[in-house]
Design a protein around this ligand. Structure first.
Ligand SMILES: [Zn+2]
Length: 452
């Protein structure tokens, strides 16, 4: 950052604050004892030093050691609260050799800030808190109550963080109007024909399940194999499932996405998208052509792991495959498993949930008519006037799954312009953010909070 930029920036201290947050290695793990406690406690202790006004004006509760809940009380109790979320844990650095600047350096070089969390997603935590600092400085008082909900284990399921906050809010009977968490970016160049950057606001999230397909056989010596063995039947069952993909469906979210996209598209796209009911066969065929768009119109099944006999010359008594399944909104894990069982049954295969209690159903589809959508669109028109807001099916899992009963509408959006190349650095080496983008992200939150 040059000194000129520093002087003219609306958020002169923000990059240094985010840099500080990145320097705490808050790597979450499924094995709790692998987590370095000092990283988490250090970050939490640092927050009041970085954001002092917020800590004086807002109430802070800690439903768990990985959960921070700030309450900014509104003046009008008749308005339902809004919840703004982020998480402060990160994934491991990976191979440190691949990083040009250290993963936990928070280095600021040539207008960019480097390190884990700079894109996913300490960037939002810093932006939200800095926006609040600035608004408090201006004497702003919100009409509706605003909650900041920050979890410290999103990357490993979010139970200790967002889960604890959601349980705490449920106990208090809090019912929010809407919630905004991390999600789709302001996508640069995703659709070659789109004339503007597309703000992909996730209004729905796919469900998630790991399934186990099992076949059984007699076992015995491999020198005299029967016609039907556990492994062959498993292979046949997998091929049968592969050959019959889930039916394509244009969800409410996709219909809304296409309708809005038609507004900024030239012909023939304008017609195709505007009348998705009429042109459904064409849209389904076109979307089926690439894995990315295919995932938007159907539940998907990926066979990721295989297991047979433990020895080269022994027939398997049991063969198993793991399926990673992503469920389209409108379908359930039960209906998906039923369908897979029907396809697998002719080969003596049975499909079951692999880890009980770890299935996440597909979310509801939040409306673009809800007031929450309006607030997001308005804030974005001020912070990123070049971007066009589109409702989107978000394919990755976020903390929002914990808040389904807490908020009426849920939106998943990260106000950062991102090309495919930028997105490839998330969870990979050289994660970084342009400081000008960081400041515009904070400006999105200033405008959002300022209108609540
Ligand atoms: Zn994240």
């Amino acid at each position: 950052m040059t000194s000129l930029e520093a002087k003219t920036s609306a958020f002169p201290g923000l990059a240094k604050k985010l840099s500080r947050l990145i320097q705490f290695a808050t790597v979450s793990s499924y094995t709790v004892t692998d987590e370095v406690e000092e990283g988490f406690s250090g970050l939490i202790d640092e927050l009041p030093l970085l954001f002092p006004k917020l800590h004086r004006a807002l109430k802070l509760e800690k439903p768990s050691d990985r959960a921070l809940l700030y309450t900014w009380k509104g003046s009008d109790p008749s308005l339902a609260p809004a919840i703004l979320c982020a998480h402060f844990d990160v994934v491991p650095e990976g191979n440190s050799q691949d990083w040009e600047q250290g993963a936990f350096s928070g280095a600021i070089v040539d207008g960019q800030l480097w390190g884990r969390g700079s894109q996913d997603i300490k960037v939002l935590m810093a932006s939200i808190m800095e926006a609040a600092e600035q608004l408090l400085d201006q004497g702003f008082k919100p009409r509706r109550t605003i909650l900041f909900a920050f979890g410290g284990d999103e990357e490993v399921g979010g139970t200790r963080g967002a889960g604890a906050i959601a349980r705490h809010l449920a106990e208090k009977g809090v019912r929010a109007s809407f919630l905004v968490d991390e999600g789709g970016p302001i996508s640069i160049g995703m659709l070659s024909f789109a004339p503007r950057p597309l703000a992909l606001v996730g209004v729905a999230e796919k469900g998630y399940a790991d399934l186990l397909v099992t076949t059984k056989g007699k076992g015995g010596h491999a020198s005299m194999p029967p016609k039907d063995s556990a492994t062959v039947n498993l292979a046949k069952a997998i091929v049968a499932m592969q050959n019959k993909p889930f039916p394509a469906r244009i969800t409410g979210t996709l219909k809304a996405f296409l309708r809005r996209l038609s507004m900024i598209s030239a012909q023939p796209y304008r017609f195709l998208f505007r009348f998705a009911g009429l042109t459904a066969p064409f849209i389904k065929a076109a979307f089926s052509a690439t894995p990315t768009t295919n995932a938007l119109i159907r539940s998907t099944v990926a066979c990721t792991m295989l297991k047979g006999s433990p020895k080269e010359n022994v027939l398997a008594e049991k063969a198993q495959a793991t399926l990673n399944v992503r469920i389209l909104p409108g379908e359930s894990s039960v209906s998906v498993i039923d369908r897979l069982n029907a396809l697998a049954a002719p080969f003596g295969a049975e499909v079951k949930v692999k880890h009980e209690g770890q299935v996440v159903e597909a979310s509801n589809e939040s409306s673009t008519e809800h007031e929450g959508w309006g607030y997001i669109e308005h804030a974005l028109s001020l912070s990123h006037p070049e971007a066009f807001c589109l409702p989107f099916l978000f394919s990755a899992a976020t903390d929002t799954k914990h808040y389904r009963d807490i908020a009426e509408a849920i939106y998943r959006f990260t106000a950062l312009p991102q090309s495919q190349e930028d997105l490839a650095r998330v969870h990979a080496a050289n994660e970084r953010v342009k400081i000008s983008d960081l400041e515009r992200c904070a400006s999105f939150y200033t405008n959002l909070i300022g209108s609540l």
